[in-house]
Design a protein around this ligand. Structure first.
Ligand code: KIV
Ligand code: NA
Length: 265
């Protein structure tokens, strides 16, 4: 299959073809999601919650994400692989941001990077893009600033809509090829989508955006906790695995496994 490139994102928006992505943190899910047609895979710092067992994304480091990104990038044939720049790896300025982005491209062979923030991340995005590295922006609810924002709160409501639009325009102006809108009202996401030339990728941003992204453990019913309102669960992988483990244990207990066909002469 022909690899997805950033020009395909821009063409998709122009042609009105929705873009679809999932997070992935390992080779097997990357292979499955890529073969099933995902346009992009995000190696999100949501690995903090879904791989490393932290309760936020804040403790995640570049060294944590590089091996995961390398596994995902090595597994795909078509999807664009985007590495998420973790908290503390780019806020210090343009040079710090470039250094981190280069590590993801060189050590993990990512195809693009993502970082959070609108106006405040303008210099960082510009510097990375100028080095030939595609950047995906991320505004609205930005989990790395959860403590500054005061929790998991919908962003861009009421008067805050203008600020959100300005932030999205700053990301576009800095040279990003696409932008994630996380947990913003559908009407505001629609307005941002209309105002921008680059595609908007919604995560809890309603239907009037250019693409959708979900955290795979949410969308597949892998996690133990509640999923956000905006998630549709397409599978019950946790239930399937739990059932398989129970049957395996029962079979070992009863002597039904291993059977003769599982034994060597
Ligand atoms: O880390 C992540 O999974 C993300 C998406 C939810 C946008 O940043
Ligand atoms: Na993230």
């Amino acid at each position: 299959p022909k690899r997805v490139r950033i020009r395909h994102f821009l063409n998709a928006k122009r042609e009105g073809v929705p873009i679809t992505g999932l997070t992935s943190y390992d080779m097997l899910t990357a292979q499955i999601f890529d073969e099933a047609g995902m346009d992009f895979l995000l190696v999100g710092d949501s690995a903090g919650n879904n791989v490393f067992g932290y309760d936020t994304t804040l403790p995640v480091t570049v060294d944590d994400l590089i091996p995961l990104t390398r596994a995902v990038a090595g597994a795909v044939k078509r999807a664009l692989v985007i590495a998420d720049m973790p908290f503390g790896s780019y806020e210090g300025g343009a040079e710090e941001a470039l250094h981190t982005a280069v590590r993801f491209m060189k050590e993990a062979r990512a195809h693009a990077v993502k970082l959070e923030g609108g106006e405040r991340s303008r210099q960082q995005i510009r510097r990375i893009v100028s080095a030939g590295i595609p950047v995906m922006g991320h505004v609205g609810f930005t989990p790395q600033s959860e403590h500054g924002l005061g929790g998991h709160i919908i962003q861009g409501r009421g008067d805050a809509a203008e600020t959100l639009i300005k932030d999205a325009l700053a990301v576009q102006d800095a040279g990003a090829f696409a932008i994630v809108l996380e947990m913003v009202p559908a009407t505001v996401a629609a307005e941002v989508t209309k105002r921008l030339e680059i595609p908007t990728i919604g995560v809890g941003a309603g239907p009037h955006v250019d693409g959708q992204l979900l955290v795979w453990t949410d969308f597949a019913g892998m996690g133990a906790g509640r999923v956000p309102k905006f998630v549709r669960q397409y599978a019950d992988v946790r239930g399937i695995l739990t059932d398989a483990v129970r049957r395996y244990k029962d079979d070992v207990a009863s002597g039904a496994y291993p059977a003769p066909e599982h034994s060597y002469e």
